[in-house]
Every structure is written in structure tokens, then in C-alpha cells.
Design a protein around this ligand. Sequence first.
Ligand code: CDP
Length: 791
Amino acid sequence: MIMCKTSKEIGGMGHSLKRKEDARFIRGLGKYTDDVQLPGMLYMDIARSPFAYAKIKSIDKSVAMEIPGVLAVITGEDLKQYNLHWMPTLMSDTQMVLPTDTVMYQAQEVAAVIATDRYIAADAVQALENSIEYEQMKPLIDPHKALDADAPLLRPDKEGRTDNHIWHWQTGDQEATEQAFDEADVVVKEQVYIPRIHVASIETCGCVASYEKAEGKLTVWMTTQAPHAIRTVIALVAGHVGLSEERIRVISPDIGGGFGGKVPVYPGYVIAIAASFLIGKPVKWIEDRSENLQADSFARDYHMTVELASTKEGKMTGLRIKTLADHGYTDAAANPSKFPSGLFSIVTGSYDIPTAFTEMDAVYTNKPPGGVAYRCSFRVTEAVHAIERITDVLAQKLGRDPADLRFQNFIQKDQFPYRSALGWEYDSGDYAPALRKAMDMVGYEELRKEQAEKRVRGELMGIGISSFTEIVGAGPSKDFDILGIKMFDSAEVRIHPTGKAIARFGTKSQGQGHETTYAQILAEELGIPAMHIQIEEGDTDTAPYGLGTYASRSTPTAGAAAAKAAHKIRDKARKIAAYLLEVSEEDLEWEPGKFFVKGAPERSKTIQDIAFAAYTNHPQGMEAGLEATHYYDPPNLTFPFGSYICVMDIDPKTAEMKIRRFVAIDDCGNIINPMIVTGQIHGGLAMGIAPAMYEELIYDDDGNILNGTFMDYLLPTSVETPNWETGHTITPSPHHPLGAKGVAESPTVGAPPAVANAVVDALSHLGVTHVDIPVTPFKVWKILKEKGVIS
Ligand code: CDP
């Protein structure tokens, strides 16, 4: 039961306020990057490589330049003159903006055309693409072969590098883990592959770069989740040509979905900026769908060997994971710099496993660069999949019910704050009630009976459980930075004389509803109605510096900053109220919206009275105005969790699969807006079943992408999406000022193993222990054929 401290009119935390931003979104009046129109604007399009690995022999610019309306063709050689042909990735690797001699993956940017019209630019790109001569080379596609002696050395540009190994990373106590495995009664092991998938946001990436020569000022409207960090990166990369940070304004307007894919800097942004800088006119670049799918950062691509040790009674005693990570031709992962494999080390999950060791090697291949913190807090999806899958494998080996095994191994409520074997301090958790609630909602015992009866009749149904723990809210800044920029976040709040407010943040919503929920946080803390608090994000000229929105970090960081800024405002408001009421500050008490004199509640001043006085009648010597800024550096991350149960029916003749029920119980601590949280869960669950059942980028041996359009890169539509049955438990975060944790990505990490576990559960009596996602009907059909179920 959610208790609200404020009235519905104030609309603080716990109220299901309708989303303020929807007034424009549902009317089709959002303002996206592609809506930006500037006088004299030019259009850019990009010629891309048809090959995964090839030398560029020649680029004949004239074929494009001859087309009326084409103003320029930009190649790597052109950018080289300004030392802009390479750029750093967010993981301090290097990436070509445009190549000067070699292309490294299919669909890589090779040259750009600037024209007076979008269609002319596209025609010119086609002519240019037909004219570029290449010398094809045999690409390296299989990451397992990346370290073979005869593998081509993909990055000879990197001094001292003699092979395709990028980094090795390990964490945990190797010796103690070996010992736990040596002494274990039972050890289970699976090869788990999480394939390469792509961010499939509705809006593709793009920008409008406008360099005003007279003022020497660059304004870039762009599809970015982290405008401030991008401004700093532009200044660092292009400072030498005169673009210093005070002359750069990055505006991130409305964004049609980001999910991590709009964190990296893509070559297209840089080329458009360079083009505007050189030509002195605004340049628009908007990717088409295929470019977005084929060339932008991917996620996942982890090949994992997962092992779990336990006693014969089922007590987990050790976890060991070895991973090969395929990063494509450059490590462009958007991870905090100290965590090359992101927060994968949350992999012990919800279980009290005393020892664990994980190691990972990343390699280069001829594929697009990545991977992004796509739909999770930096590689948590991979971690949750590994632990939730192997837990089921152990249950199967021991002949135990997977729910029972989870209850036995859960970290117990009184163990929090809990330090995991891989070093994380979980802030709070209470896992058993969430799983129990999910089991009650789905009718678990009945379903198990039904399954047993169906098995006798040769029918297939599976029940998949996932009891995951997320880790969200990067910082703390002592451990978390991106390219050296510390990870904190910010809020700046100004109260106007009439008691209304504007607040600006360093984060950037991409559909999560920040304009509503941040206003609710301030309403909660100040008693000003949320409808009277305007929220702005995404403009580096006006918003305070922040690291942006991804990895469900907004509530844990900027949400907390909003509360802290409100407290500073309240401190000043108390002084003004004391002055107005002619009492001392200690004699005053606060309730949302007003200060009153202790014991004499009729003597009070509302926040509106106080705001007016702050500009008209404040104490002599006090600064006028009522505003505050707070940069919040969280003391720890937050650890939301949940238990999901998927019930899957499989047709034993055709292997057609159907999710019959899907119950999701989430715990994100105190909830700001229950309706928005439910919306986040619904969307996230759809995105969770997507990689579980449909999504995978497939390459042939020559590095050709085989499913580079939405015709064959499958996403669930409303037809495939089941009816979600959601619920929650509430375990507040002890260190967050509002007791809130992030939520947005819990369903995207929690859902895939629930689906995979349901499919394996349906087939477990046939001796099946694992099926890699996506669990397609074809994979299941092949298993049924092998096992003789289908003749
Ligand atoms: O960083 P991002 O906005 O993607 O993720 P988040 O912090 O998990 O928030 C997603 C949305 O859910 C925001 O509008 C939050 O304010 C809202 N939320 C909430 O209402 N209560 C929570 N405990 C967590 C998030």
C-alpha cells in the first residue's frame, strides 16, 4: 500500500499523476531533432562500406559533386587535415570518424555528402557508393578465432599491439572459488551465449549542427542521452580548431527512445559538426532505419561459461564465470571507465554465494563497435541471465523445485546491507516476499500440477522464474567516471515570486516521464503543486552539469539532487517564515506547503507567502530570491529487485510458443509515481521478451549482416506481447533521500531468464538443460526433433 504525504492537488510522491509531457506527445507535438528547421540548412548523408574488411583503393568525389545541389563530399583525408579523422570512444579506445585507408565493418561510414536537399544527398551517396573501389580482405568474424596465430591483426594502428586482445578483467577470489568447486558435492556448468542485439528506438540518431561564424558559436541539436558529457567531449576533440567549451551548446530536444544507444558519439555527429564548422551553414544529419540497425552500437555479444557449485542439499557455495566479449572493431562500450565489463560483477544476484570469481577477455572483430549499456545498467542483463539460468540448471540437477532452491539461497532480509562475494554492498532487499507474491498471483502450485498432468498427455508447458537483483544509480563518483568525468547528477530549483517553480536537471528523459516525476519530488519536499513546477533538461546552456540519463540512474542521482536542493530551499524558507511570523526558527514546524508555529497551527506561512516575501519582504541583509542547486554524489548505488514468473505453452508438433501468463513483482523502494512505474515495467517487459524470443543480429562468415532491416530483425509487436500482470513490494533504499531506487531497466534484465527458464522447464523432462536466447520456435523444433517428440 502506497501512503501519500501530500494531497492530490499537491501531487507529491505516490500519486499517479498523469504525465505532463503527454500533452505534447499524444498530440504529435513533440519537438524532436528532425523537427529542427533552420534557414539555409544543408543535409548530410553518408556513404557506407559494403564490405566488413577492405582497403579503400579510390574514392571518386566527382560523381557526387556533378549532381546539382551537392556542395561537398567529405572523406577521411579531408578530416585528416584538421586531425579530426579519429575520435576517442567512451572507453578510451579510438574510433575512425572516416577512414583514410581501411574499412573495418560492413556499413561503416566511408564518406559524407553535403547537399541542399535530403534526397539530393541520398542520390549523391548512391552514386558515390557505386564509385568507391575497394580491395576486399578476409574479415575476422568469429571472436573465438580472434586470438588464433593466423588471425588478421585488426588494429595495427594501436602501438605495441600484436594481437586482437583488448583487455582482460577479473574480479573475486580465484583461490577460494577454486576451493569451493573442489569441495562441492555438485557442480553444474553451461555454455551461455547472449547474442549481439541492437537498440531499436523509434527515433534513429541524428543531429543539426549550426556553427555561427560571426559569434564563433556552435549549437548542436542532437539525439543524446548525455548532452553535457557530449559538449565536453566535443571541446576536448575539437578544441584545437577553436571549439572551446563555452562556445558549444548541445541541446537534446525530445528523444524517441534511447536505451543506451544514444550515449555514444557516432561518426555522423562529428562529420556534421565538422561540415557546419567548415561551411558555416547549419547541417542536418538523420540516419535511416537500416543505418541505425547496421552501424550504431550494439549490445551483449557475451560468450559465457557459467559454473555453479553447491552442497547436495542445494546450498550454493561458489560461482565461476569465464566470458569472451566480442567488441567489434573498437571498444566503444559506454561503461564507467573502471568497469570495462560494466557492472557484470552483480552476477551473484539475489543469492548468498560465499565465493565467486569472474574473468573476461574482450577481443576485436570486424563488426560494428560497442557495446552499449543497452536496456540495463552496464552489462547487468548478461549477469542476471547467467545467474538465473544456472540456478535453474542446478535445481534441475538436484531434482529441486526452482522456487524452493531460490528461497533456500536468497540473501536474507537481516543480512542487509550485504556485501557480495564480488564486492558490492547491496543497500536493502527482501527477496522472499517478492517471489512468494509472484507465486501466489500466478497460482504456482496449481500450475505445477497442471504441468505434471500435461506431461503425461505429451503436452508441453513450462514455468520460468527469475528472481533478479539490479544495480543502478552510478556514481558514487569515487568509483564511477566516464572519460574521467565523475558520475554524479544535479538539480537547480528556482521558486518564482508567485510560488511557482522551474527546475533544471543534468539528466535527460527519453520518454521516462521526468517532467512529471521530478515535479512530484519537488512537490513532496516543498508543497508546491507539481502542476506548477516546470521541469527542463537537455540544454547545456541552461541546465546544471550532469552525466545524463541511462542505466536507470536518474531517480537515484538527479531525483536525490532535487530532494536535496528542495531541502536547501526549505532551510531558507524557514528563516523567512520566522521573520514574517516574528518567532525563532526553532519554533516552527513544517508540513508539506507551510511552516506553522508549534502549538499554534493557525499562525502559519505557506510556501507561496514565503516565496513572495523572498522577493518583496525578506529580512534585511538576507540575499533576495528563493533558489538552490545541488550536485548529488550518491554514497552507494541502489539495488532494486524483483521476481518474475513466465508460463509458456509450446505446441509439441510445431514448436510454436506462446506466453500464457507473465507475472512481474518489482521492488524499486519508495515509488514516486505508481502509474509511471507500471508503464516503465510494461515497456521494459516487452523489451525483455524481445531478446528472449526474437532479437539477434546475425552475420555470415564474410561479415555481411543477414538481418539488417525490421523485416527480419524481429521485435515483438502488440500481437506477440502478452498481458502483463504486475505488482510490487516496497523496500526503501536506506541511503537515498527519498528511499527510492531506479526501476526502468529491472524488467529488461529480469524478463529474459524468466522466458528462457520457462522454455527449458517445458523441455526439462527430455533432458534439456539449456537453450540460448532467442529461444526461437526453430531452435525448439530442432530439439523436439532430436528428442524424437517430432518424427
Ligand atoms: O534514468 P531513468 O529515468 O531511465 O530511470 P529511473 O530512474 O528508473 O526512472 C524511470 C521513471 O520512473 C522516472 O520517471 C522516475 O521518476 C520513475 N520512478 C518512480 O516513479 N519511482 C521510483 N522509485 C523509480 C523511478
